[in-house]
Design a protein around this ligand. Structure first.
Ligand code: TRP
Ligand code: SF4
Length: 325
C-alpha cells in the first residue's frame, strides 16, 4: 500500500511564489504516488493570531482556492480543515499529558518566535504546545511521511519523541513520522528579504500580470552594480535567483550580466514575462474557481467527511490503550 503523506499549512490567505516553489509543487507531485492528506492548520494560525480572528475564514478560502488551482486535487488527496476534525484536539490532550515541559521549552522554533514576534503575548499554553498539536495532526491519521520546510524539522523531531513516549507507555500505536525535506529554491521578495506575507514583499500567484511586472521591476539587484556600464554579479542578485527557476538560458544571462551586456531593466522585464506566462494556466483556473464561492467550502466539507472516520478509528484505538474504553 502507498505510504501515507500528511502536511498542513497555516492559512495565510493568497499564496505567493515562495509557497509555490517551496511547498505546493512538491505536494502536487506527491499526490501521484502516495496516499496524501493536506489540511488547513487554522488552529495553529490562531496560536499567534488569537487577538484578531477576523481574517481567518477568508484566508482559509483564499488558500484552498490557490491549492486547487495549483493542482492539489480533491480526487487524489484528502483536503480538510483542522478545526473540522475535533478528534485531533482529543488526541492532543492525551499527548500533552505525557510531554515534558522541558521538551517544549527547548524547541528552537519556539525560542526563535519568542524573540521575533514582538508586541504580542505568545507565551501562552497553546503556543508552547504548538508541536503537540502538530504531532496530533500527524498521528490522528497515522501519517508516515511529512513534507515540510527546514524550519519545521525541530517540530518533526519532537513529534517523533512524543510518539515514541506514547508507544513506550501504551504499546506500539503510532509510526514515528519521517520528515521529507522540501527542496526549496531561494525565493526572495521585492525588498531582498525572504518572500513572506508579513514582510509585504511577496509576489502572489494571483497577482495580475501588470502587478507582477511592477513588483519584479522593483526587485533588488546586485547592490555593487550602480550603473548600466558596471559589470554585475548574478550570484549576488535576487532577480537571478528567480531566473534560476524560470529561465533556461542561464549561461547567457550570467555572461551578459558579468560583461555588462545586459541591463537590469531588460533582465527584469525578461524574467517578468516568464513568470507571467508560467502563471497563466494557474490564473485561468483560479479565476474560474473564484466565480464559485462555495467551492472551497464544499471541498473542505467533503474532506472532513472522509477523514473523520479515520480519526475516530485512531481515537478508538488510543482510548482502549489508555484504559478509557
Ligand atoms: N507548523 C506547520 C507550519 O507552520 C503547519 C503544520 C501544522 C503542519 N500541523 C502540521 C505541517 C502537521 C506538517 C504536519 O508550516
Ligand atoms: Fe541581476 Fe540581471 Fe541585473 Fe545581472 S543583469 S544584476 S542578473 S538583474
Amino acid at each position: 500500500m502507498a505510504k501515507r503523506v500528511l502536511s498542513g499549512q497555516r492559512p495565510t490567505g493568497r499564496l505567493h511564489l515562495g509557497h509555490l516553489h517551496g511547498t505546493l509543487n512538491q505536494w502536487v507531485e506527491l499526490q501521484e504516488k502516495y496516499d496524501t492528506y493536506f489540511f488547513v492548520a487554522d488552529w495553529h494560525a490562531l496560536t499567534t493570531a488569537y487577538d484578531d480572528v477576523s481574517a481567518i475564514k477568508q484566508d482559509t478560502t483564499d488558500m484552498v482556492i490557490d491549492w486547487l488551482a495549483v493542482g492539489i486535487d480533491p480526487d487524489k488527496s484528502i483536503i480538510y480543515r483542522q478545526s473540522d476534525l475535533g478528534e485531533t484536539a482529543e488526541l492532543a490532550q492525551y499527548l500533552s499529558i505525557l510531554t515534558p515541559l522541558g521538551w517544549l521549552e527547548r524547541n528552537p522554533t519556539y525560542k526563535e518566535q519568542l524573540r521575533e514576534i514582538k508586541g504580542k503575548e505568545i507565551t501562552t499554553h497553546g503556543f508552547l504546545g504548538y508541536p503537540i498539536l502538530q504531532t496530533a495532526d500527524i498521528a490522528i491519521v497515522h501519517g508516515e511521511i511529512v513534507p515540510v520546510g527546514e524550519d519545521q524539522l525541530p517540530h518533526l523531531e519532537l513529534a517523533r519523541e512524543i510518539v515514541r513516549r506514547f508507544n513506550s507507555y501504551y504499546g506500539k500505536t503510532f509510526a514515528e513520522p519521517q520528515a521529507k525535506l522540501t527542496k526549496a529554491p531561494k525565493v526572495y521578495g521585492v525588498d531582498g528579504r525572504k518572500m513572506s506575507k508579513s514582510y509585504s514583499n511577496a509576489i502572489y500567484l494571483s497577482d495580475e500580470p501588470d502587478v507582477i511586472r511592477k513588483k519584479i521591476s522593483q526587485m533588488i539587484t546586485d547592490p555593487q552594480r550602480k550603473r548600466r556600464v558596471d559589470p554585475g554579479d548574478p550570484n549576488a542578485c535576487t532577480v537571478f535567483d528567480l531566473h534560476l527557476i524560470y529561465s533556461k538560458d542561464l549561461n547567457i544571462i550570467k555572461k551578459e550580466c558579468r560583461e555588462a551586456l545586459r541591463g537590469c531593466v531588460e533582465c527584469k522585464e525578461e524574467l517578468a514575462e516568464r513568470v507571467v506566462e508560467s502563471l497563466k494556466d494557474f490564473q485561468d483556473r483560479r479565476n474560474s474557481f473564484v466565480e464559485n464561492p462555495l467551492l472551497a467550502k464544499e471541498v473542505l466539507e467533503r474532506g472532513a467527511e472522509i477523514v473523520k472516520p479515520i480519526a475516530e478509528n485512531t481515537l478508538h484505538e488510543v482510548r482502549k490503550k489508555l484504559n478509557l474504553d
